[in-house]
Design a protein around this ligand. Structure first.
Ligand code: AOF
Ligand code: ZN
Length: 338
């Protein structure tokens, strides 16, 4: 059983983990406790190629001072030599007597640290705060498992499924509460994707903003897909992060490339053509549909061709939640098979 002091230390380690960047490696935090339960050192992982959290924490204690100590880590200490050496070995060599970690390492390459520690006589315990630790690295785990980022596709529509009036105007279908929710979700994504057509016609800023229009602290990287040129004075060129442009229409290739750049979560807000392409290719992990109680009629549908010639091929979804936002509704849905 983990002690109350160890559980507190794990919560602290989770806070520390969040100081590290989201990217190719998971966010990991570590706390070293003396046998009396005092914090000797704290550490976190600053991204691929830098010291792991355990090694970062150990580097802050005097040689020999971690002997008999307890290491509290948010992820199972690794057992491999990747860009850095195995943390399990570093802990053993430092003389740590006990290791408490929250979550097993989900990768084949790096897992096995717990067994290695036990074999060396270290007392090992796993599980405290596992849910929070799992939530923290969920997108990274998805990236490991699938080789692509998690994809959220969002659109706003009228009650009759239109994304714009027939003259193309669409500002605004939904109200301020729904728009605030969208901006918070943009801020939580690593990249925001739009098509060149939407960039040309709507000139979106693709930033995450609060009600008065000022920028939120976290900004997704803008990603523009398509063949037409983006004008030199397009709003997206003033985005705080440099936009990434892809001229290919192969969304699988785009997502594989984003994964290699450490993009864990993608927010697709690119208009009906791009949304349809993601749906058609089966690349959607989560759909966010903001439904406003208005009727627009006409031909500007929220989705075009999604590769459903007949009802037997319908893309079946499960509804994860339905949330009222002001006068609007947010429906979160996922593919039925996922
Ligand atoms: C840990 N502590 O702080 C992190 C771990 O290429 P490397 O050497 O940076 O190894 C990356 C892998 O190590 C990564 O895929 C994951 O399995 C694990 N991350 N492990 O013990 C850490 N960041
Ligand atoms: Zn490690």
């Amino acid at each position: 059983m983990a002690s109350a002091v160890e559980i507190d230390a794990m919560r602290r380690a989770l806070q520390l983990a969040r100081r590290g960047p989201r990217g190719l490696n998971p966010q990991v935090g570590a706390v070293i406790l003396s046998p009396a339960g005092e914090i000797l050192a704290e550490g976190f992982h600053r991204g691929a190629g830098t010291a792991h959290a355990e090694v970062d924490a150990l580097s802050q204690v005097a040689p020999g001072a971690a002997r008999g100590a307890t290491a509290v880590v948010t992820l199972e200490p690794c057992n491999h030599t990747g860009r850095t050496g195995p943390c399990a070995l570093a802990l053993i060599e430092a003389g740590v007597a006990r290791v408490v970690y929250a979550l097993d390492d989900p990768t084949d390459a790096a897992s096995g640290g717990a067994d290695r520690l036990r074999t060396a006589g270290v007392d090992v315990e796993s599980g405290p705060e596992a849910d929070a630790a799992e939530a923290l690295v969920r997108d990274w785990t998805h990236l490991q498992r699938t080789g692509r980022p998690r994809v959220t596709v969002k659109w706003a529509q009228s009650l009759d499924g239109r994304a714009a009036a027939d003259d193309g105007t669409s500002q605004w279908i939904t109200g301020p509460d729904a728009r605030r929710d969208v901006h918070a979700r943009r801020a939580a994504a690593d990249a925001i994707v739009a098509g060149t057509g939407t960039v040309r016609t709507d000139d979106p800023a693709l930033t995450a903003r609060d009600d008065d229009g000022s920028l939120l602290a976290d900004q997704p990287m803008p990603v523009i897909i398509g063949e037409s040129e983006t004008a030199p004075d397009a709003a997206v060129r003033r985005h705080p992060r440099d936009p990434l442009f892809y001229t290919t229409h192969d969304l699988h290739a785009v997502l594989a490339d984003l994964a290699e750049r450490g993009v864990q979560r993608v927010f697709v807000e690119g208009g009906p053509t791009l949304a349809s392409a993601f749906v058609r290719e089966g690349l959607v992990d989560e759909l966010l549909v903001y439904v406003a109680p208005v009727l627009l009629g006409g031909s500007r549908l929220a989705l075009g061709d999604v590769g459903v010639p007949s009802i037997g091929a319908a893309k079946r979804l499960v509804v994860a939640s339905v949330t009222p936002l002001g006068d609007d509704l947010l429906i979160v849905a996922r593919p039925a098979e996922a």
